[in-house]
Design a protein around this ligand. Structure first.
Ligand code: NCD
Ligand code: ZN
Ligand code: ZN
Ligand code: ZN
Length: 449
């Protein structure tokens, strides 16, 4: 039956488009934007929401998220993690494979999806690790993953990422299936060598940690994998770029026309290693926080277009794990609920244009990871949206996180700009800090190649 009304009209909004802000509203039918126009031209709707003049952005796509769950659900699970995303204005996340069990087999991937389906409240896509059997690569690709992830310093399967022949065979297989390969740029041999050298000297635990993860190793790994990407035609995406050295190498390759994209994080843009002295394990993350000079270079590269995406690297751990002595405490902290406010703060300060923010957190990740009909507010696109108040001033308080990880190195930061409502395919899932939907209402994205 054809109905004369649409499912939802959001009115009285300032709608972000790459052609400028439209003051008006939009109509949603069956999860898709069917009209975007000035007020009088909007159709009648089953439900009308007043946007109160706030700014409507495409929902954020966070392409680097550790939702954990399974045997690590004490750190985070698909429900708590996706609630945290919704609270932070994020409508799609891409989940990382370094879980227990590792997402590096068809079986593990299917199990994870099955668990996720019951719990998620937003859109979820998956990365996988390379399987030990090369012939499983195609089967995993057919299962709809966005790409493969490599941790050369901590391989998910027994694959030696220093063995060129072996590495090339995996990259070739990814390329054959038209999937990008994302790299955590590091190297185990170098870490171990540096660690044992540094431990002989009378250095603090923090100095040993920093010294064993220098920018030079990051850069070397980037250069190596980029070279292998060129040899195989595989699209390489570098995760959490943190240093000037790495940026120089990436820029050189991009100028040469290499198919190479990269990501950075809010913490690498905003924090320095000084934070580790103040906050200890709460600021322990990989790659480590570096220097003011690196922050500045990352901002410049971001504005220049060398950096393609901005992602949280949401890496939740339990408080008791973070309270361990520095060398044993795990690296990483949650980021889903701080990504957007920190960046809106930079918009409010005039340091970041709104267009650039939307590109980095919505349209560009959608393009890189082939998330169809996502990342833009256009007729025909999925109505994944976040309504933001650009002016609201508030203080980051991890006690209020939906994430199970109730700490952040940004604790107490005064920010300007807040997500007020989050919509997934036209239905409101978060309003005024409250999650107003049920577990399992989100959807899993399977990439069709
Ligand atoms: C991540 C984690 O905890 O899974 N930790 C981190 O410090 N970033 C792993 C990673 O992204 O490398
Ligand atoms: Zn309808
Ligand atoms: Zn990493
Ligand atoms: Zn990560």
């Amino acid at each position: 039956m054809i109905s004369s009304t649409v499912d939802l009209v959001l009115k009285n909004a300032k709608i972000f488009t790459f052609r400028g802000i439209v003051t008006g509203g939009l109509a949603v039918e069956k999860g898709k934007i069917v009209k975007l126009s000035k007020e009088p031209e909007l159709p009648r709707a089953d439900e009308t929401v007043d946007a109160k003049g706030f700014l409507l952005l495409p929902g954020l796509i966070d392409s680097h998220v550790h939702l954990r769950d399974m045997e690590l659900s004490y750190k985070e699970d698909f429900y708590s993690g996706t609630c945290a995303a919704a609270a932070g204005g994020i409508t799609t996340v891409i989940d990382m494979p370094n879980t227990v069990p590792r997402t590096s087999s068809l079986k593990a991937l299917r199990e994870k999806k099955q668990e996720a389906r019951k719990k998620i409240v937003i859109n979820l896509a998956f990365y996988a690790g390379f399987p030990s059997r090369l012939n499983e690569v195609e089967k995993m690709a057919k299962e709809g993953i966005v790409g493969f992830k490599i941790y050369p310093h901590d391989p998910l399967e027994e694959i030696d990422w220093n063995n060129e022949e072996q590495a090339l065979s995996y990259l070739k297989a990814a390329e054959k299936n038209n999937l990008p390969v994302s790299i955590h740029p590091d190297d185990l041999e170098t870490i171990n060598k540096l660690q044992s050298e540094l431990k002989q000297q009378k250095l603090s635990d923090i100095e040993v940690f920093l010294g064993s993860h220098p920018a030079t190793t990051e850069k070397k790994a980037i250069v190596k994998f980029t070279e292998w990407g060129t040899k195989t035609g595989c699209h390489i995406h570098i995760c959490h770029v943190s240093s000037v050295e790495s940026l120089t190498a990436i820029k050189e390759e991009q100028n040469r026309g290499t198919k190479l994209t990269c990501e950075t994080t809010p913490h690498h843009l905003l924090l320095t290693k000084e934070e580790i002295k103040k906050q200890s394990t709460f600021a322990k993350v990989l790659p480590p926080l570096r220097t003011r000079n690196d922050n500045t270079a990352l901002w410049a590269a971001l504005l220049e277009g060398i950096i393609n995406t901005l992602a949280s690297d949401h890496a939740p751990h339990s408080l008791s794990e973070k309270e361990k002595p520095f060398p044993e405490a795990p690296s990483g902290f949650p980021g889903l609920e701080t990504l957007l406010p920190l960046m809106l703060m930079k918009v409010a300060h005039g340091d970041l244009r709104l267009e650039k923010l939307v590109e980095l957190t919505s349209s560009s990740p959608a393009k890189i990871f082939k998330l169809k009909n996502k990342g833009m507010l256009l007729k025909g696109c999925d109505a994944d949206m976040v309504l933001v108040d650009l002016k609201e001033k508030w203080k980051i308080d991890p006690e209020k996180f939906y994430s199970k990880s109730k700490f952040t190195p940004f604790n107490g930061w005064k920010v300007t700009g807040k997500a007020k409502m989050t919509f997934i395919k036209g239905s409101c899932v978060m309003s005024d800090e409250q999650i107003i939907t049920h577990r399992g209402t989100g959807s899993i994205i399977n990439i069709k190649l």
